[in-house]
Design a protein around this ligand. Structure first.
Ligand SMILES: [Zn+2]
Length: 447
């Protein structure tokens, strides 16, 4: 028996997730994501589109995983398996996957997003995309079968990946929460997780972003209720209503739309990334938000639509816009700075259904945006949001289902890794023997 796990990205850091699983002489790569802050930094520094940047430049800037770490394994790679459609899991595929003669295996929504990213970046992906429905398996080789187990998160069709080998399964649980009342899609596939546990899991690599947080992540249904309070229980008559959230969060967008409809407001989606994810959801037949309201992608279309809204009366509309982090190039910032033709008035409502991603740049951008909006007399609503990441009790529950022989934290920095190991020790694991901390570049062998 020879299973080797190589930590390529996302270990003791948040971003550019990538793990390679070697089974004898065959390799499966799970996730291939970008490090968003580093990616934005290099694209802005270079002052040109990323398509002109080479993989080597992106690796040097730590914007994508450093695949030099597995260069000896290059010819052994049999599949690249992104767990879900978020950029820190799928965003490096256009730049790196072509180095391997292997298909990309993912769910329909992830595939649709991946195709859209490639189109946007004008990159032709040389790998075949094998679309696999959630809760199904694909035989990769005589020895390896990959299974995508459905799990809840903040974007549709997220999976826990099980790599079945003759020596037991390797399970990679990237972003997940255990939500029994999701507002879109099914509950996590507990039966499959339990089955994996009974059959034998050699190692489970588990997202530990919130391992230090006691309790359990609230359901998406809670966010929906919070939105209901903000959107239906506040008198918004005669006022503009503008809402913003993560564009990839299709479930949240659906909730926002449903309350807009209750208010008899016409729904309009304004912004490039909203258009991208709405199209992907339609392509994967998950949701058809494009039927709920006009989707405007380009600046010219957005300007034209806003002129029309202004003319007809903003109080008749619900404007769903990009720019929840205050990004200067997104729709909301451009509306507030007057780049787009929109006149905010006293008591207009702006609803942020998101958290502020805690990086200095995001905090600064959001502050600038909120100050500008407040100066115009708008009412700002924050906090109608729950995370897509499980906390300590979600992690404990997952470990109990999988019963892995070994556990490894991923997708978090050092303090959260320590919290995960502490939890593991309380559950009977031994640090260094069955509960392992890995750093990028390190590997773990099971022989
Ligand atoms: Zn995610």
């Amino acid at each position: 028996m020879a299973i080797e796990i190589k930590a390529v990205g996302g270990y003791a850091e948040v971003g550019k997730n990538m793990t390679a699983v070697k089974v004898d002489d065959e390799v499966v790569i799970i996730d291939m994501g970008i490090h968003l802050p580093n990616y934005i930094k290099i694209t802005e520094e270079e002052g040109e589109t990323v398509v002109k940047l080479k993989a080597a430049d992106l690796m040097k800037a730590r914007a994508v995983p450093d695949i030099e770490m597995i260069k000896e394994w290059k010819s052994m790679v049999k599949a690249v398996v992104p767990t879900h459609a978020h950029l820190d899991h799928v965003g490096a595929i256009p730049y790196l996957a072509g180095k391997y003669k292997a298909p990309v295996v993912c769910t329909p929504f992830t595939a649709a997003v991946l195709r859209a990213i490639c189109k946007d970046e004008k990159i032709k992906l040389s790998n075949q995309i094998k679309v696999l429905n959630p809760n199904s398996k694909i035989k990769i080789s005589d020895k390896i079968t990959v299974e995508l187990v459905h799990v809840t998160h903040s974007t549709p069709q997220a999976s826990i990946v099980a790599v079945h080998t003759p020596y037991g399964a390797v399970v990679y649980a990237a972003d997940f929460k255990l939500d029994n009342s999701p507002t879109l899609g099914g509950r996590p596939n507990y039966a499959a997780l339990e089955r994996l546990g009974k059959k034998g899991v050699v190692v489970a690599i588990i997202n530990s972003l919130y391992a230090a947080y006691d309790g359990k992540c609230p359901s998406e249904n809670v966010a929906k209720e919070m939105l209901k309070g903000v959107m239906l229980d506040v008198d918004s008559r005669g006022k503009a209503m503008i809402a913003t959230t993560f564009s990839s969060h299709i479930a949240r967008l659906k909730s926002i739309v449903s309350f807009g409809k209750k208010l008899n407001r016409k729904v309009v989606f304004l912004g490039r990334s909203l258009s991208k994810y709405i199209n992907a959801a339609a392509e994967a037949n998950i949701a058809h938000l494009e039927k709920e309201g006009k989707v405007c992608r380009f600046a010219r279309q957005i300007s034209k639509k806003l002129k029309q809204v202004q003319k007809e009366g903003p109080e008749k509309y619900l404007l769903i816009v990009t720019g929840h982090q205050g990004e200067p190039k997104a729709t909301l910032s451009k509306m507030s700075s007057g780049v787009y033709p929109f006149m905010f008035e006293d008591e207009d409502e702006v609803i942020f259904s998101c958290n502020v991603i805690p990086t200095p740049i995001n905090r600064a951008y959001r502050e600038i945006l909120e100050d500008a909006l407040k100066a115009k007399g708008t009412r700002i609503f924050k906090g109608a949001h729950v995370s897509g990441h499980g906390r300590k009790e979600d992690i404990r529950h997952l470990i109990k289902l999988l019963k892995p022989e070994n556990i490894v934290p991923v997708h978090c920095e050092k303090p959260a890794m320590d919290a995960f190991i502490d939890l593991g020790i309380k559950m009977g694991y031994t640090e260094g023997r069955s509960a392992h901390q890995l750093l990028n570049g390190q590997s773990l062998k099971f022989e």
